[in-house]
Each structure stands twice: as C-alpha cells, then as structure tokens.
Design a protein. Structure first.
Length: 269
C-alpha cells in the first residue's frame, strides 16, 4: 500500500508540474526568433544566437559545477563572460578547470564520466569568476544547503528548507557593474535557487536592462507552497511589462529578450 501511495504521489506531482509548465509556456510571445541551446542538457540555455557576438558582455549568476553555458558562449561567440557564485564547491570547480587546462588535462562537467568541457584556444582568458552572490541589496546573506549533500547549489531563500548554511557577500547588479566598470550587460543568466524574484524585482525598478535574460524559476522544482505557480506567472508578467518578450521556455528555464534588442536584431548588441 505504501509503495502504491508513493507512486500515486509521484505521478500526481509529475502531472501537476507538466500542467504548470504548459501554463508558463502559454505566456511565450509568438516571435520568429531562432534560438539555439548552448551548453549541456542540464546547464544549457536556449538563446537568440543572432543577438550575440564577440562584443557581447555576459553575466552568469549561479555556476555550480556546470559552466558549460558560459564556456560555450566564449567558444562560439568569443564573448567576455563573468561568473558569479559564492558556493565553495563552485569556486573549486572553476579553479580545477584552470589547473587542468594549464596541464592539458580535460575537466568533467558535474563529475560526469563521459561529459567534458571543450575549450577553444584562449577561452579561459575570457572567463572571469567572482565568489559573490547577487541580491537586491549589498549585504551578507545566508546560503542554505540543498537537501541532498551530493548537490552543490545553495539557496538564499532556503528553497529546500534545510538548517545548514554558509554566509557570503552579495551585491546588487548595479553595484557589480559599477565595480567592474561595465555600463551595460548583453546577457544575464540567473540560476539562483529561488532568489530570482528578489533580484528581478530590484532590476526592474532600476534603469538596467540586459538585452537577454535567462531565468530559471527554481520553485517549479522545489515549491515553497501551493502558490508557486501564481508567483512565477506574476514575475514573468512583470518582466514582460518591464520591456521584455518571453521568447523561449524550456522546462522552468525562461529566456527573455528586451524590445530594444529585438528592434536592433540586425546589429550586434
């Protein structure tokens, strides 16, 4: 009986998630913009490739142990890429990638036995890692551990309701850009374990508008309560009201493109 109940609950959760994802997908704008998935099946994103070039400046917030998206942005477009993640394992992963590359040793992605990074010549000179978090204010925040200790991603909002945490410095997107001397960002990826609401809200009340936004809505996988879907839908609606089109939905990964980038789609951003 217990086994039957577990299977029933798992099936219900799967069906409910599929229905929720379909609702998110219906918010997508019907635009004819070619998207290509960059990176691995786990860490990759669908992006409008015509809007990327060697002049593009990309921020990847949330690295974990799969930065295939950031690496492929460099490999394919020659972008300058900045990664942000205060998680110690993420920093060790990037450090190991640099050490292995300097010694001609391949580095596996997410400790996989058959998936490795491909590095173009000079790739890592375009990759810059910063051991800080992104938030709505400049302050020290707690990052709560995942329920499964084998997983790497920690959550400011304690998405998986755990007790263990570490503390790390966080900055707003505006502070990060000012510190690095950047006036604009071509692409901002947010894979931040539930912190996307707070970060996006702070961006929308500022004058910063990255041309491309790649956002994972992590509550789709780990809902804090039964109101997770209205929260996601509301956030998507607010981003769209802030000048963005929703151009791609892949599971709980959403890609947005700002209207000014669409208007200038025949030019590099």
């Amino acid at each position: 009986m217990n086994i039957l109940m577990k299977h029933t609950r798992a099936l219900y959760k799967k069906v409910r998630q599929r229905v929720a994802q379909d609702k998110l997908n219906r918010l997508r704008d019907p635009l004819s913009v070619f998207h290509q998935k960059i990176g691995t099946g786990y860490g990759g994103w669908f992006v409008p490739t015509s809007l990327l070039s060697s002049r593009s400046l990309c921020y990847g917030v949330g690295a974990g142990e799969d930065i295939s998206f950031e690496i492929e942005l460099i490999n394919q477009y020659g972008c300058e890429v900045h990664c942000f993640d205060p998680t110690p394992r993420a920093q060790r992963h990037v450090d190991q990638l640099h050490r292995n590359a300097s010694n001609g040793i391949p580095t596996s992605i997410n400790d996989a036995v058959d998936v490795w990074y491909t590095l173009s010549p000079g790739c890592l000179t375009q990759l810059h890692f910063h051991a800080i978090g992104l938030w709505s204010h400049d302050r020290t925040m707690r990052f709560y551990a995942p329920a499964n200790p084998a997983h790497v991603s920690h959550s400011i909002v304690n998405l998986q309701q755990t007790a263990d945490y570490f503390e790390a410095d966080c900055q707003t997107l505006g502070t990060v850009m000012a510190t690095l001397g950047h006036s604009d960002v071509s692409l901002l990826k947010l894979d931040v374990e539930g912190a996307e609401y707070e970060i996006l809200s702070s961006i929308l009340v500022s004058d910063i508008r990255p041309a491309i936004l790649c956002v994972e809505f992590d509550e789709g996988y780990h809902p804090l309560d039964d109101d997770y879907l209205p929260r996601i839908v509301d956030m998507v609606s607010r981003v769209k009201a802030g000048g963005y089109y929703l151009t791609s939905v892949d599971g709980w990964n959403a890609t947005f493109v700002h209207r000014r980038a669409m208007a200038a789609s025949k030019r590099d951003i």
